[in-house]
Each structure stands twice: as C-alpha cells, then as structure tokens.
Design a protein around this ligand. Structure first.
Ligand code: SF4
Length: 212
C-alpha cells in the first residue's frame, strides 16, 4: 500500500472510532495486566465474563496472593489454558510485590521478565496503559495487515516491524486498537465483510467478499 493510501486508511478508521479503547475490562494497570495475560488465545468477551467478579475482590497483587491459585482458578475456569494462566498470574504477582514495589513496570524489558508476559502482552500494556506508540500484533492485527497489504509478514514480529515503519506517526498511538477492532468487526477471519468495509477501495485483498 502506498503511503498516501495508508494515511487515508487510518484517517477513515479514526473517523469511525475517534477514541478506540481496549474492550477488556480493568480498573488499574495491575488488573489490565491480569486481563491481558488471560486473553491469550481467548476472546475479550470470555475474559470479561471471568474477571467481572474477580476484579470486585482483587485489584492488587497482594489481594491476588490472598485469593491464591486455587481461588483464582475458580474465577477463570471458563478461560482457555486457565491452569497455566493461574500459575503465571500468581507468580507474576509475587514478583511485582518483591521486585517492583507492587507496581506494574513501565519498560518492555521489565514487563517481558514477568511469567506469562511476552512481546504482545508487553506491547498492549505499553500502549493501552502507558500511552506508548507501539503496535501489539495479535491474530486480528496480523490478519488485517496481511490481507490489506498494509504490512505483510509470516510472523507477528515481522508484521509489527513493518507496521512501525509504514504507519504515519500521527496514527501510531491508536493504530493497534483500530486494526484490532477492524479485524474483530469487519475484516473477520472466515468471511470478511468487504461490502460494508470503509477501506475496501484501499485494500489489496484479492478474494474480497462480494455483495449478495
Ligand atoms: S475490504 Fe475486506 S479484506 Fe479488505 S480490509 Fe475490508 S473487510 Fe478486510
């Protein structure tokens, strides 16, 4: 996609959703971190259902340790991979208390040192919580970037690197959320809703869905 088309692509997504936000529920940086760890290979809707009660009882790493792994599992048992996620959340809560004065750290290196926190989760935290201009590439962003021709790549890292190069500076802060929401509601995995898509004239996808 040419630079002018990329700018227009984001201008339209921005006009459609001027203030895009994560759809995960949270009350502070710690609960967002827990929600993002839970969201790996799970839907935001599923995570929100599980955390609805949890976050009325637990807003801090101390409260999480008090609840304990078995107590946490009771809340999140409907979320995929909940056993491993519960273990990681308890372990990262301990580390936050011991090493980071119970605060969520603000650097990528520190975030990625926590159990269950990879590059994507660190990017979500840096962007959604700390307003850094980074793009977390999840399954939706990966699909939209490849289909549209915005940034093609075989791995999330490659797509992220290319997106960081081609997305104009003025759109960088919210690019992650615009691409996720576009992928979640319009450029959906199985049959993209091309006839309703506001960027279809800019998109390079060859197999666009036709209007019925
Ligand atoms: S035209 Fe279709 S494939 Fe292209 S971004 Fe829109 S929904 Fe996705």
């Amino acid at each position: 996609m040419q630079p002018q088309a990329i700018d227009e692509f984001f201008r339209r997504l921005a006009a459609e959703r001027p203030e895009p936000r994560t759809e995960l529920h949270y009350v502070n940086a710690y609960t967002l971190l827990v929600a993002v760890v839970l969201s790996a290979q799970a839907t935001d809707v599923g995570v929100n259902k599980a955390t609805k009660n949890l976050f009325t009882q637990v807003e801090t790493p101390q409260a999480m340790l008090k609840l304990g792994e078995a107590g946490l599992k009771k809340h999140i048992k409907t979320v995929g991979l909940f056993n491993a996620k519960a273990k990681n959340i308890i372990a990262l809560s301990k580390i936050l208390i011991e090493k980071f004065s119970s605060e969520v750290p603000r650097t990528r290196e520190e975030l990625e040192s926590l159990p269950g926190v990879g590059r994507k989760t660190a990017n979500v935290m840096l962007n959604a919580m700390f307003n850094e201009k980074v793009i977390a590439v999840d399954t939706h962003v990966f699909r939209v970037a490849n289909r549209t021709g915005l940034a093609r790549g075989d791995t999330p890292e490659e797509v992220e690197r290319k997106l960081m190069k081609v997305v104009p500076e003025r759109w960088l802060l919210h690019a992650h959320h615009w691409l996720i929401l576009h992928g979640r509601y319009t450029c959906v995995a199985r049959i993209p809703r091309c006839p309703q898509c506001i960027v279809r004239d800019l998109c390079a996808y060859k197999d666009k869905t036709k209007a019925k």
